[in-house]
Design a binder for this molecule. Structure first.
Ligand code: FES
Ligand SMILES: [Fe+2]
Length: 410
């Protein structure tokens, strides 16, 4: 039976997304889109007044989810975690990406590297729990040992009992398989197939949207909130960029930032909304020191955006909030909200303001979670055909849906 979450349950359901044993494995069996899905996805690509939303199968079907992983997640830049999860040299953290185990490593050179978490000897999972101060990465099975750049250091007794060190002697010794990765702010992005456009190209529109807020990328991660949501990741993205519901669902937000004041922009791989905000909004922690050197216009504007596929960001005069979505099967998502603030806001006298900021987002998110879980349940009804888009409010949602359809039809 479907569980409609009581928002008060959220904290009890919170968990750490870096803990591998909480993940659900997903089959990587290759499947194809059925004809009905192809027809429905083509209809998503129509102009907004004539288009339909993504078909129900995009939210409920295991086969569609497998295709999404194969054709979408692995081919683009996908946010897998955060540099602040592995802050110090020697920190390692395993992350489940569907049924792939991925390893985040902070090297002695402070660089973040991302590897497939698989030993090249017999395929053992190398690291099962986050750990600190790792000098080397040693496989628990036969003790092959790698440095933090993935290079094989030793493989005890490889040539027999007398070969204590088993030092690599081949021209091309086995090594950990590194995954193409890059960092934006604190977010670690990976491109598993290695063929996505340059990272600078991927973040071009994001950079332009973030530029008015100056040093947001250097903000300090002050707080995190974790959720498990019984809804497909795409419903969470669509709800995040939907300002049409603010008037009826977020009454306190509507009072300070009315829905009618929002405007939207769709450009490349981002969907952006902007709204004018008073610098100090009562109840939103609005008296903290802001990002240095902002223009009056930037200080008075809240910008929220979805970077395709799984990173959602909100910029304002004194904070950056990042929503990281990790799909966990077609009907379940893990969401982590991370808060970033300017250095001056970390001082003890702003503790109340910081808490107010975090709690205001918790309240907003709690107002949304039951809705997206209801929408997930509705996607099981044959009476729903993807839905119609408002030419004004839903243009931004349609842009997101088109990116999904284009990736699947490519
Ligand atoms: S499987 Fe890793 S050392 Fe054998
Ligand atoms: Fe909402």
């Amino acid at each position: 039976m479907h569980h409609v979450a009581d928002p008060r349950d959220v904290n009890r359901r919170s968990f750490c997304p870096m803990t591998p044993d909480t993940a659900i494995s997903v089959s990587a069996t290759r499947t194809c889109l059925c004809n009905a899905d192809i027809t429905a996805l083509k209809q998503v690509l129509s102009n907004t007044p004539n288009a339909r939303g993504l078909p129900n199968s995009a939210f409920t079907s295991d086969a569609f989810y497998d295709l999404e992983r194969e054709l979408l997640f692995t081919r683009t830049w996908f946010c897998i975690g955060f540099a602040s999860d592995i802050p110090d040299p020697g920190d390692v953290a395993p992350v489940w990406f569907g049924d792939l185990s991925i390893l985040l490593v902070r090297g002695d050179d402070e660089a973040v590297r991302v590897f497939h978490n698989i030993c090249p000897h017999r395929g053992m999972r190398l690291v099962r729990e986050p750990a600190k101060n790792k000098r080397v990465i040693a496989c628990p099975y036969h003790c092959w040992t790698f440095d933090k750049t993935g290079k094989l250091l030793r493989r005890p007794h490889f040539m027999g009992p007398g070969d204590a060190e088993g030092l690599p002697h081949e021209a091309d010794p086995p090594a950990l398989k590194e995954i193409r990765s890059a960092i934006w702010g604190d977010a670690i992005m990976i491109n598993i197939d290695g063929k996505a456009p340059d990272f600078a190209e991927h973040t071009r529109h994001l950079d332009a949207a973030a530029a008015p807020y100056g040093a947001v990328r250097e903000g300090h991660n002050t707080d995190n909130i974790d959720y498990v949501i019984d809804a497909n990741w795409k419903l969470i993205v669509e709800n995040f960029i939907d300002s049409y519901h603010v008037k009826w669902v977020h009454k306190a937000l509507e009072a300070s930032t009315p829905m009618a004041t929002y405007n939207h922009e769709t450009i490349g791989n981002i969907c952006v909304g902007r709204a004018p905000v008073a610098e100090a909004r009562a109840g939103y922690g609005g008296n903290m020191p802001g990002w240095p050197g902002l223009s009056q216009e930037a200080a008075g504007t809240l910008t929220y955006l979805a970077l395709f596929p799984n990173l959602l960001l909100v910029f304002s005069n004194d904070r950056m909030t990042c929503f990281h979505l990790m799909p966990d099967g077609p009907g379940r998502s893990r969401e982590r909200i991370k808060f970033y603030m300017p250095h001056d806001a970390l001082m003890p006298e702003f503790e109340t303001e910081r808490t107010e900021c975090v709690e205001s987002y918790r309240t907003l998110n709690d107002e949304d979670i039951w809705l997206v879980e209801e929408l997930q349940q509705s996607r099981r009804s044959p009476a729903f055909d993807g839905g119609r888009f408002s030419p004004h409010w839903d243009r931004i949602t349609h842009h997101f849906a088109k990116q999904v359809a284009e990736a699947l039809l490519a």
